[in-house]
Design a protein around this ligand. Sequence first.
Ligand code: SF4
Length: 86
Amino acid sequence: MHNQGWRARAACAGRSPNLWFPEGAGNSAATQEAVAICRSCPVRTQCAEYALAQPENFGIWGGLTQDDRKNLTLARPRRRLHAEPL
Ligand code: SF4
């Protein structure tokens, strides 16, 4: 299980989660506002890695929209299930 102690330092802590789970198009004003807050968040990297590892299918995590995460996941090389002998 992931250590999620980073959440206590999140810039979004105490704010409405609706901002990070906006309805409608991915480039809405709400999305842009959430992404702007994420850019200054001290745990942005941990948040993005968490979302990519789950994966989280909805919302903005680490300043990444659902489409951003999908594109990153597709661009990452897949980890091999079994290591090949040296
Ligand atoms: S990067 Fe964004 S969504 Fe993640 S913890 Fe920080 S403010 Fe919240």
